[in-house]
Design a protein around this ligand. Structure first.
Ligand SMILES: [Zn+2]
Length: 76
């Protein structure tokens, strides 16, 4: 399957860190399986994977790890 963004690259299976927000908090999900373009770097996540992430975030009582997040503000 070719990349739908740049039309040139090919998609390959890999894992990435996925960032999202849940209840006002930033969350990182590590080792999320995605298909990534070898040219533009765009990645595609399946609906099943997104659903799996949502279920995991909502059912897990405690994260596996905590990291510090740097915040930059363009208005500051
Ligand atoms: Zn691409």
């Amino acid at each position: 399957m070719n990349c739908s963004v740049c039309k040139n690259g090919e998609l390959f299976n890999t894992v990435t860190d996925y960032q999202t927000k849940f209840k006002g908090e930033y969350i990182v999900v590590r080792n999320v399986p995605v298909q990534q373009c070898n040219v533009c770097g765009e990645y595609i996540m399946s609906y099943a994977t997104i659903k799996q992430i949502e279920d995991m975030i909502q059912s897990k009582k405690k994260p596996d790890a905590y990291i510090e997040v740097s915040v930059f503000d363009m208005t500051g």
